[in-house]
Design a binder for this molecule. Sequence first.
Ligand code: SAH
Ligand code: SF4
Ligand code: F3S
Length: 437
Amino acid sequence: MKTFYIETFGCQMNVHDSEKVIGTLISQGYLQVATPEEAELVFYNTCSIRDKAEQKVFSRLQQFKKEHGKGKTFAVLGCVAQQEGEKIFEKAPHVSLVCGSASYNRLPQMLVQLEAGNRRVTGLALDTEETFETPLTRRDNPHRAYITIIEGCDKSCAYCVVPFTRGPERSRTSASVLSEARQLAEMGYTEIQLLGQNVNSYRDPSSAGWDFATLLRNVGQVPGIRRVRFTTSHPRDFVKGIIEAIEDNPALCNHVHLPVQSGSSRVLASMQRLYTRDEYMRRIEWMKAARRPIAITTDIIVGFPGETEDDFEATLGLLEAVEYDSVFSFKYSRRPNTPALTLPGQVPEEEKGRRLTILQERQRAIQVRRNAAYVGAVEESLVEGFNKATGQWIGRTSQNKTLNFLRPGAAEDLLGRYVDVRVTRAGPNSLAGECVN
Ligand code: SAH
Ligand code: SF4
Ligand code: F3S
């Protein structure tokens, strides 16, 4: 049997793409192995969002070839593959396949070409009309399943490579999303996470014509599905109907990830984010006024070209105004092909580092405060793991908080179950407590 190894970098979309690729490879008679050393075919599913991503991929490929490369076939998938294209064959001649995410539906044919000895196989078209779905998807997590609802991105944020690496938006039909959700429920999955670079611009291509809020309501009603999450939301397309859907449907989780990027309207305009700080805050107010306690998380970029000390202060002020439950924060990173690459006013690395540290310290204090408010509360938690070192179960609340807990006395396996946990302690990044049932 032919063996393959796959290593995945990047966002949940990439993780889920790898699940589909793995299923496809297995259906073609390949066997997955745990290390690149054991494999005949080595796949890297790459991310190019930040930080010299392409150089890192090349040095990884080079290093691996030196150490264990003999007789192996190398394939580069994902966003670096799409971005660098055939240049990869020049820089890393031991690579035989370069394929972006919009071409994975052609993988079986590409494997045949590889097996026939073709050393330069490519899948780089971005004009695919359909999304890549396969009933063969090999999901890793036995409880939570990802479902892609929309691929690509039609926005053009000035710093971002995604529109170049994943192409234009393509939505799946609501019927195919729902039928996948029903099948997953029958297989025993209880949590579904709907994926897309911008799920809010989901538009059912079938005659039903559903928008995202309608799709969300319907997925939330699939029997057996107890939790539905979705990521990522773009503020410009985030409508009140999404919050109303959450309010009405217990299966939709109390969590919205709404990336803001900056608290300064001036920087937002130069980022081409298509909303102002006030427009963003209006969406936050909808969530705060909701009948459900919705946790809010975000992404922030510090040191975007032209970001002044005042702009940065505005972002710090926004953290306090929103009181996020969690923030992913990044130093602006110059990316190939993007409009921001040539903007004046690039901020020195050291200054970006200083701003990032200040922002993360501020946010940490907010999380300490917010999490402390949960002490005494009882939270339903999906049990996702067990920590042998501490004897604690690892749970996740509807608000997407990690809740580590003890369950004295009982030795039974709780994995995948929903239990009620009383919160007794809180830290900046997690809660701890005791099971009450
Ligand atoms: N589609 C999602 C974001 C995908 S990328 C959205 O629009 O929210 C995830 C995060 O990476 C972004 O929200 C942004 O904060 C960050 N990011 C993207 N490009 C970046 C860059 N060039 N430098 C630093 N951070 C970046
Ligand atoms: Fe990138 Fe903006 Fe699209 Fe998100 S919405 S993927 S940040 S271009
Ligand atoms: Fe990275 Fe591509 Fe996702 S650049 S963040 S893997 S869309």
